[in-house]
Design a protein around this ligand. Structure first.
Ligand SMILES: O=C(O)CCC(=O)C(=O)O
Ligand SMILES: [Fe+2]
Length: 333
């Protein structure tokens, strides 16, 4: 990333071109991002003993734990999605009026007990802010490249973004992979074909192969590792909010590479109350017409009921949680 005005205008054109045509791009020279250190964070976390991971595990797997949405999720044998992960968001005070049992995004994230070998929480929370700032700069450039005011998209993230920072470990299969992980040409998946449902994703792959995307001709192509670069793609929400035909939320998948694989995606997501029913292009050319829709409710519906993501399909039914607790939904729907 570069800071001078003429460089920014040039970059803005490159970003918009990539988002319109490919949907994926590499980002080099990210200030404040040290890939070796981020990799150490993954190694430290995923070598924790099972009992320490269990304390962080979502309620679905460990019913006595309070966390429904944040924290650790384990490998599930028999799933074509073969991964364990830990994820968190920016901390929101438990006293905040938007904190409620229905709003999983703002629940308190459990953090692992540390042993002095790696400052995991301090490091990961600082990296969250690096990723957030980078995403904001990309959105400012995208707006500039489209001839819109620089803040045309960033306002959605001003209050308390729901973004998720996730570290992932794909361990080798225990024995033969399940039949639903086998695809054409004898290839084996560890993450099935999907587009990301959030606004945009910034991904560290640490030079591992395995990531593939669908190109403009509709063929699967490998994303060759590029040292010290992040891979960026947009998600369905940004695609939808720019009218559904402006930017591409490109489908992608991860193949089994036969060894442990690590990656770290940052999923940029608006604040819970941000209105995602807006067409962001029309809004700025004076043709605003939209159906207001809050991000939080929209996304939980999509992730849990429509997409039924491996990571989220185990979450409790959205409406039922409030009913069970005898609550009137304080954040609305
Ligand atoms: O691990 C990767 O390279 C990609 C992961 C991914 O696509 C996702 O978590 O949405
Ligand atoms: Fe993805």
């Amino acid at each position: 990333m570069s800071k001078t005005e003429s460089d920014r205008a040039g970059l803005a054109k490159i970003v918009v071109d990539a988002l319109e045509n490919i949907g994926f791009l590499f980002i080099d020279n990210v200030e404040g991002l040290d890939f070796d250190r981020l990799f150490q964070a993954c190694q430290w976390f995923f070598s924790l003993p099972p009992e320490k991971k269990r304390k962080l595990c979502r309620k679905n797997w460990v019913p006595e734990n309070p966390n429904i949405y944040r924290g650790y999720f384990p490998v599930v044998e028999g799933e074509p999605s073969r991964k364990e992960g830990f994820e968190f968001g920016r901390a929101v005070s438990p006293d905040d009026v938007q904190v409620s049992p229905e709003n999983w995004y703002y629940e308190t994230c459990p953090w692992p007990e540390e042993d002095g070998k790696f400052p995991f929480k301090e490091y990961m929370t600082s990296m969250y802010e690096v990723m957030h700032e980078l995403a904001m700069e990309i959105l400012r450039l995208t707006a500039l490249g489209l001839g819109l005011p620089e803040g045309a998209f960033t306002y959605l993230f001003d209050d308390k973004p729901c973004s998720t920072y996730r570290i992932l470990h794909y361990p080798p299969w225990n024995g033969p992979p399940p039949s639903n992980a086998r695809i054409e040409d004898g290839k084996i998946l560890t993450t099935p074909d999907h587009s990301d449902s959030n606004f945009l994703t910034l991904l560290a792959t640490f030079n591992y192969k395995g990531l593939e995307i669908v190109n403009s001709e509709g063929n699967w192509v490998a994303v060759e590792p590029r040292p010290k670069s992040l891979v960026m793609n947009i998600g369905d929400l940004f695609d939808r909010m720019t009218g559904g035909n402006k930017f591409r939320a490109t489908r992608h998948r991860v193949l089994d590479i036969g060894v442990d694989r690590f990656s770290v995606p940052f999923f940029l997501e608006p604040s819970y109350f941000s209105d995602v029913g807006v067409n962001l292009i029309k809004k700025y050319i004076g043709e605003e017409s939209h159906e207001p829709e809050k991000y939080g409710c929209y996304m939980i519906r999509v992730a849990k009921y429509e997409r039924k993501y491996f990571e989220y399909k185990v979450l409790p039914d959205f409406e039922k949680v409030g009913e069970r607790l005898g609550l009137v939904d304080p954040v609305g729907s």
